[in-house]
Ligand binder design. Structure first.
Ligand code: GRF
Length: 219
């Protein structure tokens, strides 16, 4: 199948970006990263991209008077690359409705919880506080409502008795690094499609099974 173009948006460390780039390079993902855009000039992920030879761009949100003008600049930068998919990988900015509408159906996010539980920030802390037994990550289409939108894939990890937010975050992150590339692979191959605001799996395919697995070996 033809190679598709991904544009990634990051704000920080970029470990999901690295997992996606690895999957592109080893042929697991029929895609290439055409550019990486960060809203933070000092995002650690940017330095890695430069070393890896990926095109990068910084659109610093502070210099824009409001969300709408930042999102306009971001959209213009995205459109320069004409990507097939826009992938949020730790992009810590809320996007305006009109930005989301512009790319709806092509805008994907990973969130570190089993949505609809624990949208927003500090998900690991919230999960520990709530006393749930299982936590995880969700890959989903982005809609104007924050951390909502049709779910493409989810993975779960156990919560252990001696967990703290950091140990739990590390376990979830290991999971994310496998879940995100796999979910994207299915999406890019057309194994699942968006239909009436839900993800529908085609031709006998189903969402990748990350139920109760121990993907990173750290649980
Ligand atoms: C991940 O936990 C992701 O789910 C969330 O932000 C974090 C980004 O981590 N949206 P990284 O920058 O990919 O390492």
């Amino acid at each position: 199948m033809t190679e598709q173009k991904l544009l990634l948006l990051i704000s920080g460390r970029g470990s999901n970006l690295r997992a996606i780039q690895r999957a592109c390079q080893n042929g697991d993902l029929p895609a290439r990263i055409s550019a990486v855009i960060s809203n933070r000039p000092n995002a650690a992920g940017l330095a890695w991209c430069r070393e890896a030879g990926l095109a990068t761009r910084v659109i610093p949100h502070q210099v824009y008077p409001d969300r709408a003008s930042f999102d306009q600049a971001l959209a213009a930068a995205i459109d320069d690359h004409a990507p097939d998919w826009i992938i949020l990988a730790g992009f810590m900015r809320q996007l305006t409705d009109s930005f989301v509408q512009r790319y709806v159906g092509r805008l994907i996010n990973i969130h570190p919880s089993l949505l609809p539980a624990f949208p927003g920030l500090h998900t690991h802390q919230h999960a520990l506080h709530a006393g749930v037994r299982w936590h995880g990550a969700t890959v989903h289409f982005v809609i104007p409502e924050l951390d909502a939108g049709p779910i493409i894939a989810q993975g779960i990890v156990p919560i252990l008795a001696d967990d703290n937010p950091e140990t739990l975050a590390a376990r979830v992150l290991d999971l994310e690094h496998q879940l995100y590339p796999q979910a994207l692979r299915h999406l890019l191959r057309g194994d699942c499609v968006l239909k009436n605001d839900r993800v529908v799996w085609q031709r006998g395919y189903q969402s990748p099974d990350f139920s109760g697995c121990n993907p990173g070996g750290s649980a």
